[in-house]
Design a protein around this ligand. Sequence first.
Ligand SMILES: Cc1cc2nc3c(=O)[nH]c(=O)nc-3n(C[C@H](O)[C@H](O)[C@H](O)COP(=O)(O)OP(=O)(O)OC[C@H]3O[C@@H](n4cnc5c(N)ncnc54)[C@H](O)[C@@H]3O)c2cc1C
Length: 386
Amino acid sequence: MISFTAEQEEFRKTVARFVDAEVVPVADALDERAEFPTGLFKRIGELGYFGLRYPEKYGGAGSDMVTYCLFAEELARGSMSVAAAAAMQSLMGTYFIYKYGSERLHERYLAPALRGDLVATFALTEPNAGSDVANITTRAERRGDGWVVRGAKTWVTNAPVADVLTVAAKTSPERGMKNIALFLLDRATMRGITLGKKIEKMAVRASETGEILLDGVEVPAEHLLGGETGGVEKVGTILSEIRVMTAALAVGLARAAYDAALAYGRERHAFGKPIVEHQAIGFKLADMLTSLHAATLMTYQAAAGLDAGRTLTREAAMTKLFASEMAVKVTDEAARIFGSYGLAMEYPAQRYFRDARFLLPGGGTSEILRLVIGRELDYRRGEALS
Ligand SMILES: Cc1cc2nc3c(=O)[nH]c(=O)nc-3n(C[C@H](O)[C@H](O)[C@H](O)COP(=O)(O)OP(=O)(O)OC[C@H]3O[C@@H](n4cnc5c(N)ncnc54)[C@H](O)[C@@H]3O)c2cc1C
């Protein structure tokens, strides 16, 4: 059973009011233009939502994971593009600066990013290495006190507008992933960071995605975040958080699709009655609501587990797997309930259907998540299926 505190309930209502007033009315236009939502991004910063997971000292709110998931869910209900951009800013884009950066870097980058004055992102994926992280080829070589970084990153969220990037690069030529480190790159002060191809995509179109080329970027020693090795382990420390937050995005999107399908089903008549009164449509809605309910329970149970200090590797993987696949299915069924209008740009069903695909690769594909869950069940590790 989910039980939110009065404060969490109030927070959800506040975010929901913002989403209904300022996000829902522009969501279709943002998707159509496929442009970064600059105004809304600044507004989310002003409202303090980027800082939910960070201490007050940096302008954050020091909120728990349940509260953060409520924010992600409500924002995704309004626009998955805006939610994708905000998720990057509030988690991966800023987390490593906060965790491993000096006070100077906190002042210079973290605090402005939490206010929405700087766009921060994270770049790990490369043209030839996605799930297979050990295969990245971006290299960082020592020069004097600092480093020189060379390589190419792709699928970088917010790439065309990013001011600062946490970039994964190898600090020695060996194979494997032990020698991966994280570097903070600043586009305004470091030369050699250029924007490659912008990726035209069918999902989260207003969260722009693109390539970043790193051509001998000189990086001061202070911008190495947390040592020359162990970058993958550092990412691992917030992987459960990323997966549970992604599940919350899935719940928000599926709720929007379910609500739209139910409203349409009540209004649209066929064979003398509202289509929702045809049992086949009613059963679809019943199945959609059931799986949405299950994903919601899993998401907030996992979020509460993280708040209680549990590690949750398996549970977070199961939650993201179930919730993202649920969103793909629910948005598909919703579009079917709209009939031909499920394809029409004047209704949001097609946007929900497209945007659900965004949830599949980030934080581990469904195949990789099944590998993680399976590995966690390995009897040799003494794990029980409970
Ligand atoms: C909208 C969007 C935004 C993104 N933003 C960012 C970002 O900001 N920063 C960033 O670094 N990355 C980002 N990514 C990239 C994303 O993290 C990767 O796409 C993801 O890790 C998968 O990598 P890949 O696409 O190279 O697929 P691959 O790893 O090439 O996988 C291809 C297929 O093979 C399967 N597969 C791979 N290995 C195995 C295996 N061992 N067993 C079984 N099946 C396997 C996969 O599940 C998948 O179905 C983004 C992606 C999208 C779509």
